[in-house]
Design a protein. Structure first.
Length: 415
């Protein structure tokens, strides 16, 4: 498949991922928490809702196998983008304190469709790009997901202050539907003829078993489950903005426009990391920078701390997520037949710590306020980095990866 036409430019994936970025990052992580807090919904309830509406990132892999069959992955990406737009039209009119259960259920259902955007993009990266281009694409895709999502949040908040919330939903639907059409520019052959699921589940099971059997891939997958590098506090930063004396305009610009730039900048900085550096260690180190950013926000409860502190936090979050994509692409490998499916499973795995860290951050807030939230978030990153660094020191592992896969697997066999 790699030789079918000219491969896509890595930067194209920053646009293809926009439907997911606008909804998951822009709406779920930023705009919705702020709008609910403004409607009088308690912060701990917002944390619970955030955990539920982001569950598709965990269970969405159950539907991901469809992306590897019947239609091209680019076609599935377009269909998922339009499905995401449809659900946005349904749940936006329900935003407020009166229809929380129905609103949450519809956002969750729409999220299952949106998850296929990530599955299609992941499969396309693995199957259409060279290994050197994959690392750049990982940075670009996170720039689009996080940076574009934050800019989407700014647009949503700007519109919400000026037009009815139903109209905002229609505008968001248009924003997420159009970028998906760019997938048709990717040269991709038709998939091999196969049944929907007959005989494929055992094959997928064997691919998952191969991940567990490989010491390198097994440890990398366990690291994705760890509570580091999640950027979970981003979901609750808009909800606690008022504690710093920051209002709607401040959230719109810092968590939206400027925040989008910082997320994109942080994501693209991942492309500067040499390709032969161990992706496990660089992922944990990115989490360390995110912990430092959370500690900066502890300095004082005033706008002069919230604004630069949030900018720093979002930039380091972009780096964390870019390194997680690079790690997932490495785990999948080009030899995997159902690349979108395995990528989706790993994407589900990396979403699990995001969800439980959102919940833990919310619990920290309910017990100790803003300081409890931020210390919980920072502590998880510090713990993961300390463990990974200790393993590298004790096992005598190098920052630079061993070129030969057999040698690398042997060096990690004790882990």
């Amino acid at each position: 498949m790699r030789n079918f036409g000219k491969p896509p430019a890595p930067w194209l994936f920053s646009l293809l991922i926009l439907p997911l970025g606008i909804v998951v990052v822009g709406f779920n992580f930023t705009a919705l928490p702020f709008l609910l807090a403004r409607a009088g919904v308690p912060v701990d309830r917002i944390a619970s809702i955030s955990s539920i509406i982001n569950l598709p990132g965990v269970v969405g892999f159950l539907f991901a196998p469809v992306v590897d069959i019947k239609f091209r992955r680019r076609t599935w990406l377009v269909l998922a983008s339009f499905g995401t737009a449809l659900f946005a039209c349904l749940y936006f009119p329900l935003i407020g304190a009166s229809h929380l259960v129905l609103m949450t259920a519809l956002i969750f259902a729409g999220g299952l469709i949106t998850f296929l955007v990530a599955a299609a993009c992941g499969g396309l990266i693995v199957k259409t790009l060279s290994e050197s281009a994959q690392s750049k694409a990982a940075a670009w895709i996170m720039a689009g997901q996080l940076g574009g999502g934050a800019l989407g949040a700014a647009v949503i908040l700007w519109l919400a202050a000026r037009v009815p919330i139903t109209t905002v939903g229609l505008c968001v639907a248009a924003l997420v539907a159009v970028p998906g059409l760019l997938a048709f520019t990717i040269p991709e052959p038709l998939p091999e003829s196969s049944a929907w699921f007959q005989g494929r589940l055992p094959l997928i099971g064997r691919e998952l078993w191969s991940v567990l059997r490989s010491p390198l891939r097994r440890w990398s997958t366990l690291l994705l489950l760890a509570p580091g590098g999640t950027g979970a506090a981003q979901t609750l930063l808009p909800a606690i903005a008022s504690h710093y004396g920051v209002g709607t305009s401040g959230v719109m610009w810092m968590n939206g426009v400027a925040g989008g730039a910082m997320l994109a900048l942080g994501s693209l900085s991942g492309a500067l990391i040499p390709g032969d550096w161990d992706r496990r260690l660089t992922y944990a180190a990115a989490g360390l920078t995110n912990a430092i950013a959370a500690i900066v926000l502890l300095a004082a409860n005033r706008p002069s701390v919230y604004l630069p502190g949030t900018a720093f936090y979002l930039a380091t979050e972009g780096l964390c997520w870019a390194r997680s994509i690079a790690l997932m692409v490495e785990i999948v490998g080009v030899e995997t037949r159902d690349a979108s499916t395995l990528f989706s499973v790993l994407n589900a795995i990396v979403t699990i710590p995001v969800l439980y860290m959102i919940k833990l951050d919310g619990m920290g807030f309910s017990r100790f306020g803003t300081r409890g939230l931020l210390w919980t978030d920072a502590g998880a990153n510090l713990l993961v980095f300390g463990v990974v660094a200790a393993v590298f020191v004790v096992c005598g592992l190098s920052l630079r990866r061993v070129p030969a896969p057999d040698a690398l697997a042997h060096s990690t066999s004790t882990l």
